[in-house]
Design a protein around this ligand. Structure first.
Ligand SMILES: Nc1ncnc2c1ncn2[C@@H]1O[C@H](COP(=O)(O)OP(=O)(O)OP(=O)(O)O)[C@@H](O)[C@H]1O
Length: 265
């Protein structure tokens, strides 16, 4: 669905923030992790067409991002920004979530239907008339997710969706990701929460200083404690407990840890 070939990008000449990335994305739920400044947000802005590569090529659904405008790419790829205040600007939740489909020239009735379905998915179907600016950060994040889901793109990128979410909010985000993935969409997510990554993502890509240093099944990635440490990242808490218990395998959830601990040693 997305192919990236030798992509370089720098905000300032001579200072490449991304250095020759080559990646292919398929329908697996994919987490992108890396310390602050690793280049994660820059990468997804390039995918969305908000930035253009200074070298290399990006194809989204077979189309080279250099040959299309941001508006043309908007029908293929949706990006939920890290800060919902960068995205929200309408006076009611329903207007906000309808804006994307209407902007894509969807008829008003269908746009409303898509918006209501998206709000149902994020658990805010009863907040349609509320001013989004009166809501808390966790709800604003859910509204910004609904706004992108309502546009019904095949590719959805979430930048730090778990920030400001309590345990129930995180469970909701995990359900949304799972549902979108089951609908056949590519869901790519930037995250700092390693426990969330371990529990919910099939593939994990680790970035460090503008390069991909690991790209594999999530369990495989979290078995490379040394490489992760070099990238200034921790393994999930439950994985660390498993290692301290002396387990040879890499566990990713509490269920896996408990079942492994019950085994005779
Ligand atoms: N608009 C900009 N102008 C100049 N430099 C920028 C700009 N945006 C980001 N950078 C720099 O590019 C590098 C990569 O930043 P980016 O935001 O992509 O990293 P990140 O991995 O998403 O970090 P975080 O986890 O903190 O969001 C950093 O050194 C950052 O300071």
């Amino acid at each position: 669905m997305i192919k990236i070939q030798d992509v370089c990008f720098g905000y300032n000449e001579g200072q490449d923030v991304l250095q020759g990335l080559t990646l292919e994305f398929d329908q697996r739920t994919t987490a992108i992790i890396g310390q602050n400044g690793a280049g994660k947000t820059t990468l997804v802005k390039l995918l969305k067409g908000l930035l253009k590569p200074t070298g290399g090529d990006i194809w989204v659904a077979g189309v080279n991002s250099k040959d299309v405008t941001v508006a043309q790419l908007a029908g293929k790829i949706g990006l939920v920004f890290q800060n919902p205040n960068d995205q929200i600007f309408k006076r009611t939740v329903l207007e906000e979530v309808m804006f994307g489909p209407l902007n894509m020239k969807v008829e008003t009735a269908a746009a409303k239907q898509q918006a209501l379905q998206a709000l149902e998915m994020v658990g805010l179907a009863d907040q349609t008339d509320v001013n989004p600016h009166d809501l808390g950060l966790s709800e604003k994040k859910l509204i910004s997710i609904a706004s992108i889901v309502a546009m019904n793109t095949d590719i959805i990128i979430l930048d730090e969706p778990t920030i400001a979410q309590d345990a129930a909010g995180k469970r909701r985000i995990a359900q949304i990701i799972e549902q979108l993935s089951q609908e056949g969409k590519l869901v790519m997510t930037i995250l700092h929460d390693m426990d969330f990554v371990a529990a919910h993502f099939e593939r994990t890509i680790v970035m460090n200083r503008g390069k991909v240093v690991l790209d594999d099944k999530t369990r495989e990635v979290f078995s490379h404690q040394d490489l992760l440490r070099e990238a200034c990242l921790d393994t999930p808490y439950v994985t660390q407990l498993g290692k301290q218990w002396g387990l040879p395998e890499t566990v990713l959830t509490t269920e896996e840890l408990i079942s492994a601990m019950k085994r005779p040693r």
